[in-house]
Design a protein around this ligand. Structure first.
Ligand code: HXC
Length: 272
């Protein structure tokens, strides 16, 4: 998505906890696509689980490039687990990123836009589970359903202020971090697509095209919508993890071990 915005000339900020990773990605995208239309990408380290860190990040953006004209809530944390195996810390690890972090980022930007009388588009990346839930990823399903309610609510509350809200509900668009936590040690969530009506996973440019449309002024009359992009999977199969009811204790033990090894490796790269 950042690549597509940059190609079209946007000034983009990407944020994450691994400062080195976001800075390298920002430099790479700018070098590859910046010349096309004068776009640029800047990487900022931020842990959106910490509300004060969000304010600092948004301050830095406002004083660096001027006010944002849009916000993409893309931060997520997720792993498959039997719900009875979750501790309160496990629930918080996910809900503090997805539910609270996305809301506080939206609120921080929203207060500034309202005060300054600016228009903006907020796009939240959800999942089709906001409509039918997902067993074995319950904290994620609950958190993203909360953001779906935020999208619908603020679309009405802030629409007349020129701030509109939409969401994308993607099916499987495999990424390294997601596959390691949602299908550990196997083909990767999105690898086995026989039951998807299109028999394939999503392609990143397909997601980026929809994001570009929803962030652009040309879609200004679209407000309060959550749009699925999953090849029709959730109508066909529910698009969630109900098949994991077949797993035994040993399968869950192996999954947990693999997921926790991935989490530890990621933690080692964090700079905030
Ligand atoms: C049970 C687990 C567990 C597991 C971790 N925990 N893995 N419990 N089963 N498999 C527990 C830990 O034991 C601990 O609780 C608590 O969760 C916090 O774990 P940490 O590893 O200390 O947390 P942290 O390092 O902060 O990791 C946070 C994370 C991690 C959310 C768990 O995965 C992360 O930061 N991920 C970011 C990237 C990501 O997940 N991307 C994928 C999103 S995919 P105790 O009580 O033991 O201390 C996505 C797509 C959805 O959302 C849409 C698809 C269609």
């Amino acid at each position: 998505m950042a690549e597509a915005f940059c190609m079209l000339g946007a000034r983009v900020y990407i944020c994450g906890r691994r400062g080195g990773v976001v800075e390298a990605a920002a430099a790479e995208i700018t070098a590859e696509h910046g010349a096309l239309a004068g776009g640029s990408v800047t990487g900022l380290a931020c842990d959106i689980r910490v509300p004060e860190a969000i304010s600092d990040m948004v301050d830095r953006i406002w004083s660096d490039g001027g006010a944002l004209t849009g916000l993409v809530n893309n931060a997520a944390g997720n792993f498959i687990s039997r719900t009875e195996d979750l501790s309160t810390r496990a629930f918080d690890a996910i809900a503090n990123i997805v539910f609270r972090g996305s809301f506080f980022t939206t609120l921080d930007c929203g207060k500034r836009w309202i005060k300054e009388g600016r228009k903006a588009s907020v796009l939240s990346i959800l999942t089709t589970w906001v409509w039918n839930g997902s067993p074995f990823t319950v904290p994620s399903a609950m958190s993203k359903a909360g953001l779906n309610a935020m999208t619908q609510s603020l679309a009405v509350e802030w629409g007349h202020k020129g701030i509109r809200f939409n969401a994308i509900a993607p099916g499987p668009f495999p990424t390294e971090g997601m596959s390691a936590r949602l299908n550990p040690g196997q083909a990767g969530y999105g690898g086995e697509m026989a039951h998807n009506p299109l028999h394939r996973a999503g392609r990143m440019p397909e997601l980026a095209n929809l994001a570009v449309y929803l962030m652009a002024p040309g879609s200004e009359y679209v407000n309060g919508q959550t749009i699925a992009i999953d090849g029709g999977a959730w109508q066909a199969t529910g698009g969630n993890f109900s098949a994991l009811t077949a797993w035994d204790d040993e399968a869950w033990r192996r999954a947990r071990e693999a997921i926790q090894a991935t989490n530890a490796a990621d933690r080692a790269q964090r700079t905030v």
